[in-house]
Design a protein around this ligand. Sequence first.
Ligand SMILES: [Zn+2]
Length: 77
Amino acid sequence: MKCTYCGNEMETGKLITEGGHGLFYMPDGKNYKMFPTRKRIEDKHGIILDGPYINRFHSIRVGCCICKFCRKIVISY
Ligand SMILES: [Zn+2]
């Protein structure tokens, strides 16, 4: 994949974190309140990238592309 900012070839990889309920995009000013559920996230126009998990004993992994020239990361959902 070519970087949309500089046109150089991007490298594929994963964003990884350990011990969370998942990874979610939420629009500015929106929140899913105390505990993330699919309904609470999507009712507020959020996007689930991984999860939501009931407990925190998960490794969160989301595929992405990275441009090391202009330091951008692109995530598909
Ligand atoms: Zn770039």
